[in-house]
Design a protein. Sequence first.
Length: 475
Amino acid sequence: MFDLVIRGDRVVTPHGAGAYDVAVQGEKIVAVAAAGTFDERVAGRLIDARGKIVVPGGIDPHVHCSWSLAYLDGSMFQSDPPSVVSRAALHGGTTTLIDFARWNPGERVQATVERRDKDWARQCYCDYAYHILIKGELPPELFPDLGEAIHAGYPTIKIFTTNSRPGRQGFMVDFGDIWEVLQVAAREGGLCVMHGEDNDIVMHMYDKLIREGRVGFEHMAEVHNALSENLSFRRIIHLAESVPGAALYFMHVSADTGVRAIREARLRDLPVYGETLHQYLMYTEEDYKRPNGQIYHTYPSLKSKADQAALWGGVADGTIHTIGTDEICCTLAVKVQGDRIDNTTGGNAGVEPRLSVMYTEMVGRRGYSLEKFVDLTSTNAAKIMGLYPRKGALAPGSDADLAILDPAKKLTISTAMLHETDYSPWDGHEVDAWPVMTILRGKVVVEAGRLLGEPTDGKYLHRKIPEEIRRGPML
């Protein structure tokens, strides 16, 4: 007797899309068979998903919940917590989030994780994991700590190569320390996840534009520019080449130069992977000129139409592997409080519409296969981040995480229909499908727009980066 059987005529499995029954017992998928193999007599519930699209639950590898932000007066507060963001994620068909545990100088990494657990444990509707975020000047005692964290199931290390904007000190890690971290990661089986911008170029451009009086945020692309991405990516890649076994994952790739740097590294058989964001794929620097144009911004900035075309080229040819959000959920008042190049709030409220927006653009408008869509929104993130095949696959033995999209629900996204905050950069965007059911580890957690899950449902996911991911460009 199965707890659930999901029957569909467009079910995306590791072997392709087709008509299948997916049988669930407890938290796991226990069988995938030809549609019609199972019936009501062997299932506690039979879910008829024919005419719909059944995919693995989405994985967003780049979110920031309960993230420190500043008001313009300098006082600090936190972005929305996991309970808000994970609820929205489930409504949008995403069942796994990867956030950041931010290490502070003088702290042991174990204490970093324990502190971050207080934000997440029993406060998340979906499953989750952390990247360990290191920053500033790194003390020698941190390096063995990072090795222990990798072995304890926290194998991804986030590194900044810039402070991003004036006055935001203490984030950039110098290249000597990056070199040391790469050696630890290579030796212990970790993966370095990079925010790659050249700090000298970024700060030079801030000084230049402020001196010239061109301080409006609509000039952001001149500051966080393609040259900066090119210099930083290539320098990091060359540094990693000197460390056998070092693997890189570039977060939020935004420019043609970044795509080319990753592509050329992979042609040399280096284990380098790329992530972009759905706002980079759908918006450009021209959108900064729209009313409340700050809502489209994150760091690095939106770029030109040519850069956007290059990102799509990277998606098509396998240079870009994942599509995240850089989620920072805050109110519209906070998002648009700054209107200068040096005070605009980063991040976006976008975790809920990600699957629908990308399905529409990839499958509906660009003719991508369902398998390609699933790779970019779920499977590749699972493989790179050490979650596959537990996550990112509809296969026996995998967690029963599923999203069911209904192509009959063509609609225009409105802020009012979403479950995050009081604005959305996707307000007014037309989509070809919308999730009508989300299942997390065998439990129906969203059905027909109703939240059935609990904030205690989410589990922390300890991870291990596969050797094949670290050895060369597997994907």
